[in-house]
Write a protein that binds this ligand. Structure first.
Ligand SMILES: NCCCCCC(=O)NO
Ligand SMILES: [Zn+2]
Length: 343
């Protein structure tokens, strides 16, 4: 399996995340990639390639131009205000307020942010752009005939919605890859999100469409970020009715229960018979992940990689979350190894 990776991820080097009422060093940090790369090089499932540059057009096939423009200009506007810290939203178009976009950077941050833990910094846009190019390049490997590919994306993307960023995400790499397939002859694409957190952004983008089947296994919104999407009764709208499938699960869920949801999701994907499968691969389902509450153990990642392989579909893995820095490399590459061992 070929991996696509870009060093531009290091440009996303935020020093602060709002967590527990404090500005802490972010859980989503550059060293996550170092640990995954080290494990990849030890296991060597295939070559590691740099991305090409496919420009803004594929990004604008998924995201609102206002968001894309905002992500490129926000830092300069923030600096022009004379603020000392990283750019963090402090107000929102909350219930019964207007959704009109303000002019001032303080208002625009809240207009586009879906959560306040994620700061904007000088290199954020360049890193997010590079991450999307990684996903596009890996998708093109599949289009060129590879059975599978690994888009080692950073920053992650599955919380990024049509016109919103947050949850450490700015551009929705998996959605951009799915649209790449659909713009080049695919009729149907399934996106399976196995990250601990609900892929609210991916759901938002495809919610009224039947050409993408979105399925997510995640911590129940009653108790897990992003809290305000991801219930089982969210099944799509209009032409998309029935093409969103949510499997929320409670705190302490062990692999045996999690796998039941996976089996149901895999059955639904088989029934949908997509041209391609995209896996939003977050490994924050791990038992000691610092911000999550499932109880998967490292061998379970190998097991479920094999479960996914048995669908027999061209599969693009897109890296999302995972924050147990000691085990992120093992758990991520276990999925790849499990997939290859059963492919
Ligand atoms: N309190 C913010 C939690 C952000 C979760 C990011 C993530 O891992 N999403 O998959
Ligand atoms: Zn996550």
């Amino acid at each position: 399996m070929k991996t696509v990776f870009s060093e531009t991820h290091t440009l996303r080097d935020a020093k602060t995340e709002l967590y527990g009422g404090e500005l802490v060093y972010p859980f989503e940090r550059p060293s996550r990639m170092t640990y995954i790369l080290d494990r990849l090089k030890a296991v060597d499932p295939g070559p590691i390639l740099p991305p090409g540059d496919h420009g803004l057009a594929p990004i604008l096939r998924i995201h609102d131009a206002g968001l894309v423009d905002f992500l490129q200009t926000a830092w300069d506007e923030w600096q022009a205000e004379g603020y000392e810290g990283e750019a963090i939203a402090t107000c929102w178009p909350a219930r019964r307020m207007t959704q009109r976009r303000p002019d001032h950077i303080d208002g625009k941050l809240g207009y586009y942010a879906l959560a306040t833990e994620t700061s904007l910094t000088p290199g954020t846009w360049d890193a997010a752009y590079g991450s999307a190019q990684v996903a596009l390049t890996a998708a093109d490997l599949i289009r060129a005939g590879e059975r599978s590919a690994f888009a080692l994306c950073r920053p992650p993307g599955h919380h990024a919605a049509f016109d919103m960023y947050g949850g450490y995400c700015f551009l929705n790499n998996a959605a951009i890859a799915a649209q790449r397939f659909l713009d080049n002859g695919a009729a149907r694409v399934a996106i399976l999100d196995v990250d601990f957190h609900h892929g609210n952004g991916t759901q938002d983008i495809f919610y009224d469409r039947s050409d993408v089947l979105f399925l997510s296994l995640h911590g129940e919104p009653e108790n897990a970020f992003p809290h305000f999407l991801g219930y089982a009764d969210e099944t799509g709208t209009g032409a998309g009715e029935g093409f969103t499938v949510n499997h929320p699960m409670p705190p302490g869920t062990p692999f045996s229960e999690w796998r039941r949801s996976l089996d149901a999701a895999l059955d639904r994907i088989a029934q949908y018979a997509p041209d391609h499968l995209i896996v939003s691969l977050g490994v924050d389902t791990f038992e000691t992940d610092p911000i999550s509450f499932f109880k998967l153990k490292s061998p379970d990642f190998t097991t479920y990689g094999g479960d996914i392989a048995r669908l027999g579909l061209p599969t693009l893995f897109v890296m999302e979350g995972g924050y147990d820095i000691a085990e992120i490399g093992l758990n991520t590459v276990n999925v790849i190894e499990g997939f290859l061992g059963a492919a």
